[in-house]
Ligand binder design. Structure first.
Ligand SMILES: [Zn+2]
Ligand SMILES: [Zn+2]
Length: 247
């Protein structure tokens, strides 16, 4: 699979960074994890078509991870009428809000739910198609009754773990245990809600072949990441928007 970082900024965009958004290309399909960057423009810039987009997964409801969802869902509803796709969200409130906006845009007509398919994530039910499997691992970033997830993406024997957002200072110990238990090809991790020192114990036992820190705030943490990266056998990267890698 090929992962492209479309948005690497923290909760606020910068002149050269959109908010959280990653594009996954696997088989003949395109998937998104989070929607903090313009999705249609990004697909077209990558030389793909909106009709290639199979599904969008949002790790939690915060706007820096979901802002682009409405625009894509609305366009699939009224413009890309030959296309159908799935939207997986952490909480039903996002489904209700998005549907409400589409209905208003349509002048009161119902959403084409046979083509614009919304799902509230059930962590006991992974997403699976002929290309990839995505497992949803609850994190404690969001207070109850809301939900947030890390996501483990598998294609054949390749696996990439996306952190989503974690708890402040990692105080709720919500880094997925599998990071220390099983090798993954890449761990794509946020770095806005805790310090470099807070994640260090998890890196000490980490079995990932490579770690990518994005969603970095404050920016001075880039220096800290560079410093600690010398201590590990695996590479630690800080990708910019547009960077990509394949596993
Ligand atoms: Zn965030
Ligand atoms: Zn968040």
């Amino acid at each position: 699979m090929k992962i492209t970082f479309l948005g690497t900024s923290h909760g606020v965009p910068a002149a050269d960074r959109f908010c959280s958004c990653s594009m996954i290309e696997a088989g003949d399909a395109v998937y998104f994890i989070d929607a903090g960057a313009p999705l249609v423009e990004s697909v077209l810039k990558a030389g793909r078509q909106v009709s290639d987009v199979r599904a969008l997964f949002t790790t939690h409801v915060h706007g820096d991870h979901t802002a682009g969802l409405f625009h894509l869902a609305d366009l699939v509803d009224w413009y890309y009428r030959e296309h159908s796709m799935d939207f997986y969200v952490a909480d039903g409130c996002l489904v209700d809000a998005t549907k409400g906006m589409i209905v208003a845009c349509n002048g009161g007509k119902a959403v084409h739910e046979d083509r614009v398919r919304f799902h509230v994530i059930d962590p006991s039910v992974p997403y699976e198609d002929e290309n990839i499997k995505i497992e949803f691992i609850p994190t404690k970033h969001m207070p109850e009754p809301y939900h947030s997830y890390s996501m483990l993406v598998t294609e054949g024997d390749r696996r990439v773990l996306f952190s989503g957002d974690f708890s402040n200072r990692l105080a709720k110990a919500d880094v997925p245990e599998l990071l220390s238990e099983e090798p993954v090809d890449a761990f794509i991790c946020e770095m806005a809600h805790f310090g470099v020192e807070d994640i260090k114990p998890y890196l000490d036992t980490c079995k990932a072949k490579a770690v990518y820190f994005q969603h970095v705030f404050p920016l001075v943490k880039y220096d800290g990441i560079k410093e600690i990266s010398k201590s590990y056998d695996f590479p630690i990267y800080t990708p910019n928007d547009g960077d990509s890698f394949e596993v």
